[in-house]
Design a binder for this molecule. Structure first.
Ligand SMILES: [Zn+2]
Ligand SMILES: [Zn+2]
Length: 407
């Protein structure tokens, strides 16, 4: 689904007003550029015809657009293997926008089954939505960023000015189509924003979305700040009270990030999984580990429970392990649904939440924990490979966290 014209239809946000104004004068506007003029126009591998990342933005756009430059982007899913395609490189079209060059891109837990064609997708799509990046160009209304800044960019597109963004619900920004994200077209985010495994990415609301990375942070470990790290954070940190204990049922990386945040906040944590490598990391993070498959049974009484896998048994075990009045969070996605033990939940007053992380709103608190040395993204580890090797590497069995080095 292409939703390219949506951005300029909304006029309530100040940032969008800027977008329209600068579109009127796009031929003559001033933007701060660093190295975009020399942005790589890379050799094209197999993969089909170029397709525009950004659809026309409507009648207020300049009539004589310069010819689009092309860039390399990785496509995957749709029943075929991962492959590079040449697509149009994004351009600044509004004053509040920025163009960034991804430096490291992590695969989200959700990317892995899509890339392996385990989930339905009609056609290949541009992949990648967890990334660190360097700013290469900013529109003339951008105030907090300059070329050369290193940033994390949340996977969810948010304007920072609508009522939802003002209410710390940027995961559902009303200035863009629902589920607007990078690199998750099959999940409902549309194709307009493109994927991060690409030479360049447009940040449509640069001041609102991008955040400068803490000094000295490891770029491989920081890539997941855009999504899975924030997903682990929201399962634990906003809810933990003194004396609470947590149970985390893991499957890929989100569960381990949740364990890391429990450790950061000195919340005793039990971790359940069957994967030896993940169990070892959880143990190193200070968790008590149980090597077993969650099958719906209770593992005890925990004030905070997290189901980070996507099996009905994992979800039901988490719910049944939640103490009366406690909080159970499902970070896993249940494409085929799952039965909830609602009567048990009612009797015990279990508070249950599910949904995507609320990345942009939670990043400041996550950065605080990083600066204090209490949360160390590097503790989770990752398999690392270079961008040129990505198509081949993504065909194989991926580990719980894979990170692509783009340069
Ligand atoms: Zn994700
Ligand atoms: Zn918004």
């Amino acid at each position: 689904m292409i939703v390219g014209t949506k951005v300029i239809r909304k006029t309530g946000a100040a940032g969008l007003a800027g977008h329209q104004t600068t579109s009127d004068t796009s031929d003559g506007r001033s933007t701060r550029r660093a190295v975009l003029a020399a942005a790589p126009v890379l050799a094209i591998a197999a993969g089909g015809a170029a397709a525009p990342l950004v659809k026309s933005t409507g009648p207020r756009q300049a009539r004589n657009k310069p010819p689009a430059r092309t860039m390399r982007a990785l496509f995957a899913g749709g029943g075929g293997p991962p492959h590079f395609r040449a697509i149009a490189a994004p351009r600044i079209e509004g004053g509040v926008e920025a163009i960034v060059r991804p430096l490291t891109v992590a695969l989200c837990d959700l990317d892995v089954p899509y890339i392996a064609n385990l989930l339905p997708m009609e056609r290949p799509y541009a992949v990648g939505h967890e990334f660190t990046a360097e700013v290469v160009e900013v529109g003339d209304a951008v105030r907090t960023l300059k070329p050369g800044d290193r940033v994390t960019v949340p996977f969810q597109i948010s304007c920072g000015t609508c009522s939802h963004c003002h209410s710390a619900r940027s995961l559902d920004c009303t200035s863009v189509e629902p589920l607007s994200t990078y690199g998750l077209e099959p999940f409902g985010g549309g194709a307009i924003w493109g994927g991060a495994i690409a030479d360049l990415v447009k940040v449509p609301f640069a001041d609102a979305m991008a955040m400068k990375l803490p000094e000295g942070i490891d770029l491989v470990a920081a890539a997941a700040l855009s999504d899975n790290i924030a997903d682990g954070y929201r399962c634990i940190a906003p809810h933990a009270l003194p004396g609470d204990e947590a149970l985390v049922i893991g499957s890929a990386s989100v569960g381990l990030y949740a364990v890391a945040f429990a450790s950061a906040l000195a919340v005793p944590c039990t971790y359940i999984d069957t994967n030896a490598a993940r169990l070892k990391i959880a143990e190193q993070l200070g968790a008590k580990t149980v090597a077993t498959t969650p099958d719906g049974r209770s593992f005890g009484e925990f004030a905070l429970t997290v189901s980070a896998n996507s099996t009905p048994g994992g979800l039901q075990s988490a719910i049944r392990s939640t103490t009366g009045g406690g909080i159970c969070q499902a970070a896993g996605i249940h494409f085929r649904g799952a039965e909830l033990p609602l009567l048990e939940m009612y009797k015990r007053g279990v508070r249950f939440t599910t949904g995507r992380a609320n990345v942009r709103d939670d990043l400041p608190a996550i950065f605080d924990l990083i600066r204090q040395g209490r949360f160390r993204p590097k503790d989770i580890g990752a398999s690392v490979f270079k961008i040129d090797d990505a198509p081949e590497a993504l065909k194989g069995g991926l580990s719980y966290k894979s990170v692509i080095q783009m340069l």
